[in-house]
Design a protein around this ligand. Structure first.
Ligand SMILES: CC(=O)SCCNC(=O)CCNC(=O)[C@H](O)C(C)(C)COP(=O)(O)OP(=O)(O)OC[C@H]1O[C@@H](n2cnc3c(N)ncnc32)[C@H](O)[C@@H]1OP(=O)(O)O
Ligand SMILES: CC(C)C(=O)C(=O)O
Ligand SMILES: [Mg+2]
Length: 515
């Protein structure tokens, strides 16, 4: 049998994640998404736990037709009867009965002997079988149990009617080779094992839930229990998206297929994250925000040339529209050029060099350089006139008690270094006054506006100004993450235009404006 059954327990073990409680509507919405995703079994809840969970399982069982709907029950009559009450309208109901098999659980929690556990398990599986044919049994804490006892327990519950035997690594303790050995041992030592499907249910306390599940598949397990985004009790369960994508990415190693419509993985992950309120960490495999984003120059260069150089999965196969190149301080010229082309810019080599230098400077100040940043940066480069004066340094002191003071250093004609300082009514006024002392061209500021171009605390602020001199108006723009620097750049831009017009006699518009 080469079909690997995907048993989704997002709505049962997933909901056991501290803080992830879901209401009935949310559980129904997620159940519909899981059905569309193509899971084989939905464990909808643990009906005895609360009237709300009972109702959620009942409504999911009544509505979902595309997969088996399962409810959990302890090995006691009350839980099993309640589970059946909730599940009976399901097209294909499954009751999942569990009881602990490890010494530590049997002695300290259940306070029962092996014999008592074995006979309870057999009797309760038989009771569940009286309700429906599809019965799963789990020896809880199997990975810390005596294998000989597990074999005996499994043999007994198969005889009592269990059709799926789920082997849980309840506390995420097993190592892959050990867990694989346990599965192999079950195949070799349970005489009636051919009458049941072996399933695994692994927790992530040591970050090994997916590795253990995959190893079990290699040794013959044909059902994996998992949750969307890996949510679940404590550190969570094996993540559905990781198990499914590992199998589909490495068909050379796993001779099984699943029914999952992988293109719905990402939207389902988003839905579960939104409804549980659990954000997905950016570096999460398959569904994290960074899973298909490349940030370093060498990787970006490779992906531009051939995506397979650094991508083992096509993002579209999991429902992510495309991979992306994140521009930041680690990006190289290839990625920057590619993004410029995507944004419609075709710069000359010289303009490109200047824009790339400005980009690197900005990237040192910002975590991520966005498309809006790049547009503003290129616009800045393109509108730069030949500068008579270049702003080299700027230092400002201001605050509610201090007197706004600005010191500026300009590089003037012939490379001459010019420095001065001034006081002002505010920091921008102080900067403009200091620049005026050095450039010495009388003008009047007629317009000043500031806009945030990009989002976030490290956003670029763009300043637009107009100055007027001898009846002609000149505009200037400046962009920077520091708005005082943007203001100074805008002023220098307007002054340099004014000086260029005066030197070259550039034509004015009929209104006397130089845009
Ligand atoms: C590994 C897992 O994920 S197991 C599933 C965990 N999920 C949950 O616990 C769901 C939420 N739980 C609940 O709402 C409640 O704990 C309930 C309704 C299940 C039980 O509530 P209560 O009856 O008040 O019992 P409480 O939770 O305090 O203790 C658990 C009892 O179940 C017993 N028990 C635990 N597992 C099993 C089992 N598989 N079969 C039979 N009895 C069991 C314990 O020994 C204890 O019995 P005791 O009262 O005789 O000492
Ligand atoms: C109920 C069982 C299967 C469980 O969740 C576990 O053992 O982790
Ligand atoms: Mg569990």
């Amino acid at each position: 049998m080469n079909k690997l059954l995907i048993f989704d327990t997002t709505l049962r073990d997933g909901e056991q994640a501290a803080g992830a409680s879901l209401n009935i509507q949310e559980k129904l919405e997620i159940a519909r998404a899981l059905e569309a995703l193509g899971v084989d079994i939905i464990e909808a809840g643990f009906p005895v736990t609360s009237p709300g969970d009972f109702e959620a399982v009942k409504r999911i069982a009544a509505e979902i037709r595309g997969c088996t709907v399962c409810g959990l029950a302890r090995a006691n009559p009350k839980d099993i009867d309640r589970a059946w009450e909730a599940l009976q309208k399901a097209r294909d109901p499954r009751i999942h009965v569990f009881i602990s098999s490890s010494e530590v659980h049997m002695v300290h929690q259940l306070k029962k002997s092996r014999e008592e556990v074995l006979s309870l398990a057999r009797d309760m599986v038989a009771r569940a079988k009286g309700y429906c044919s599809n019965i799963e049994f789990s020896p809880m804490d199997a990975s810390r149990s005596d294998p000989q006892f597990i074999y005996a327990l499994l043999e007994a519950v198969i005889d009592a009617g269990a059709t799926t035997l789920n082997i849980p690594d309840t506390v995420g303790y097993a190592m892959p080779f050990e867990f694989g050995g346990l599965i192999e041992g079950i195949f070799n030592n349970v005489p009636n094992i051919d009458r049941a499907v072996i399933s695994v249910h692994c927790h992530d306390d040591l970050g090994l839930s997916v590795a253990n599940s995959l190893e079990a598949v290699r040794r013959g397990a044909r059902q994996v229990e998992c949750t969307v985004n890996g949510i679940g009790e404590r550190a969570g369960n094996a993540a559905l998206e990781e198990v499914v994508m590992a199998i589909s990415t490495r068909p050379d190693l796993y001779d099984v297929t699943t029914s999952i419509n992988t293109e719905l993985i990402y939207p389902t992950s988003r839905l579960v994250s939104q409804r549980t309120g659990f954000p997905v960490q950016p570096n999460k495999s398959v569904v994290g925000a960074n899973a298909f984003r490349h940030q370093s120059g060498i990787h970006q260069d490779g992906v531009i040339k051939m995506p397979k150089t650094y991508e083992i999965m096509d993002p579209k196969t999991v429902g992510v529209p495309a991979s992306s190149l994140v521009l930041g301080k680690l990006s190289g010229r290839h990625a920057f050029k590619e993004r410029l082309a995507e944004l419609g810019y075709n710069l000359s080599e010289c303009d490109f060099d200047r824009a790339f230098a400005a980009f690197k400077e900005l990237a040192d100040k910002k975590k991520e350089v966005t498309d809006r940043d790049i547009e503003s940066l290129v616009a800045e480069e393109q509108r730069t006139v030949i500068e008579a004066y270049h702003l080299d340094r700027l230092q400002v002191t201001c605050g509610d008690r201090g007197i706004p003071t600005a010191a500026v250093r300009l590089i003037g004609p012939g490379g001459k270094v010019l420095e001065d300082a001034a006081l002002g009514t505010g920091p921008v006024d102080a900067v403009y006054k200091a620049i005026n002392r050095l450039v010495g061209v009388p003008n009047r500021l007629t317009e000043f506006s500031i806009t945030s171009i990009t989002a976030g605390i490290d956003a670029i602020g763009e300043v637009f100004i107009r100055i007027e001199s001898e009846g002609v108006s000149y505009s200037g723009r400046g962009a920077d993450t520091d708005v005082i620097v943007s203001s100074a750049k805008a002023y220098m831009n307007a002054l340099n235009r004014l000086l260029a017009v005066r030197m070259n006699g550039q034509a004015k518009t009929p209104s006397g404006t130089v845009n």
